[in-house]
Design a protein around this ligand. Structure first.
Ligand code: SF4
Length: 439
């Protein structure tokens, strides 16, 4: 008899890749994927656990799904991912609804866990979270045109506020030949855009090959027929050199969109948070990148209310944002995470951290609106992703839109999903560009 499973993937893109790998393993083992835990034999919840809000979301999801178990319309619950890893000693005690639990080093045990739960046995596995990255095929869940390409796992940067190294282990690059083989396979299945991810992609190769290999990897990825866009996420600011900047500027397939999380700009805070480089280094880097890469779109991540952030330091951050006019920015209120150095440091109350985070987004809104408006009247290349159910228009993304976090382009036209269209932009609103396909 074919058993069914539902899979809920929470958290970041790296976690989604693990979910896609579990999808592959379960399907290979003959399990059928269903959209909803209600009525399924199994529910797999791949959790996030790096900050409070993510932990709450994961726990709420587990308890919600457990309601189906209580009513008998769900057989069993398997919890995987970062919340499981981080709280491996207490999660089953705290959440007795869970039937099986896998750490971030044990995704490959998903079928064993499923079979155990179906035969009413409990299952738990927590392999070394710093072991070599498992090379498992995946079922791409992100549609016909783009896919994440994870090139490494873990992190050695030990930013003082961050629990990820505790959860995801040491930095491990994947072998370049495995990454290229995966990219070729994705291209063969029609994927046009690769979103290159890790906790820190600038460090790619240092552990495995003894030197940074991101440039070499980008060159080889751009030689793959069918791949049109290579988008770089999670670049660490102090790891840029001329070779990398030249490659980004000169490689047509590398999208002129860079995600460079800086977290803050104040020297004292950067030092306290064990971030390498100073505020002036970041200013100089952004100025150099803008000078050397015309039309560059910068994305960054910020944390408001970090230990040591008084009014002066916060004002400095706001002044920097007004000056730098970063096109895409996300901000989190500081969340003291147990096990991290910053958790023990004095800081502003959570409400104040949230107030500052809201102020940053208020400050960023007109900057991002002006940027969006700057496309009106232009004709741009858009990767079509399908039709919007509500507007009935075709929908896609420009080079300035990374999937799932930025805006989109809605347009009249005839471009098939997964193909590129030339679109003349006629208006823009709330981060969405509107237009018509140019003939
Ligand atoms: S670079 Fe810093 S913030 Fe990012 S995952 Fe590593 S330790 Fe965490």
């Amino acid at each position: 008899m074919e058993h069914t499973f539902a899979l809920i993937s929470l958290g970041c893109a790296k976690n989604l890749v693990n979910s896609e790998q579990m999808l592959y393993l379960m399907s290979e083992a003959g399990f059928a994927l269903v959209p909803d835990p209600d009525g399924a034999d199994l529910a797999i919840i791949n959790t996030c656990g790096f900050i409070d809000s993510a932990k709450s979301e994961a726990i709420d999801t587990i308890l919600e799904v457990a309601e189906y178990k209580k009513t008998g319309s769900l057989g069993g619950i398997i919890v995987t991912g970062c919340l499981a890893e981080r709280y491996k000693d207490s999660i089953e005690r705290e959440l007795p609804e869970i039937d099986a639990v896998l750490g971030v080093g044990s995704f490959t045990d998903i079928v064993k866990a499923a079979e155990a739960v179906l035969s009413r046995k409990h299952y738990r596995a927590f392999a070394d979270n710093s072991a070599a990255v498992d090379e498992i095929p995946r079922v791409v869940s992100t549609g016909p045109s783009w896919a994440y390409l994870r090139i490494a796992e873990g992190c050695n940067n030990f930013c003082a506020f961050c629990a990820i190294p505790l959860i995801r282990g040491r930095y491990r690059s994947r072998k370049m030949e495995n990454i290229l083989e995966e990219a070729k396979d994705l291209a063969a299945h029609g994927i046009k855009e690769l979103i290159v991810i890790a906790q820190d992609i600038t460090r790619y190769g240092t552990d495995l090959y003894g030197h940074r290999c991101l440039v070499e990897l980008c060159r080889k990825l751009s030689e793959i027929e069918g791949i049109e866009w290579i988008r770089l996420h999670y670049l660490y600011p102090d790891q840029f050199d001329d070779e990398l900047i030249d490659e980004i500027a000169g490689n047509e397939k590398i999208v002129k969109y860079l995600d460079i999380p800086i977290q803050h700009i104040n020297n004292g805070i950067l030092k306290k948070m064990n971030r390498r480089g100073t505020g002036d280094d970041i200013r100089a880097l952004f100025a150099t990148l803008r000078a050397r890469i015309p039309g560059l779109v910068l994305r960054t991540s910020l944390i408001a209310g970090l230990p040591g952030e008084g009014e002066t330091e916060f004002e400095e951050l706001c002044a920097f944002l007004k000056e730098a006019r970063i096109e895409r920015a996300g901000v989190f209120p500081f969340s003291p995470e147990e096990g991290t150095p910053a958790a023990g440091m004095p800081c502003v109350p959570p409400e104040e951290a949230q107030r500052r985070a809201d102020l940053i987004m208020e400050l960023q809104a007109p900057i991002m609106d002006d940027f969006t408006q700057s496309f009106v009247g232009k004709t741009i290349r858009v990767l079509c992703e399908g039709r919007d159910e509500e507007s009935g228009l075709l929908v896609g993304r420009s080079y300035a839109d990374s999937p799932e976090i930025d805006g989109s382009v809605q347009f009249e036209g005839f471009c098939p999903p997964g193909e590129f269209a030339k679109v003349r932009i006629t208006s823009a609103e709330d981060g969405v560009l509107y237009g018509e396909e140019a003939t």
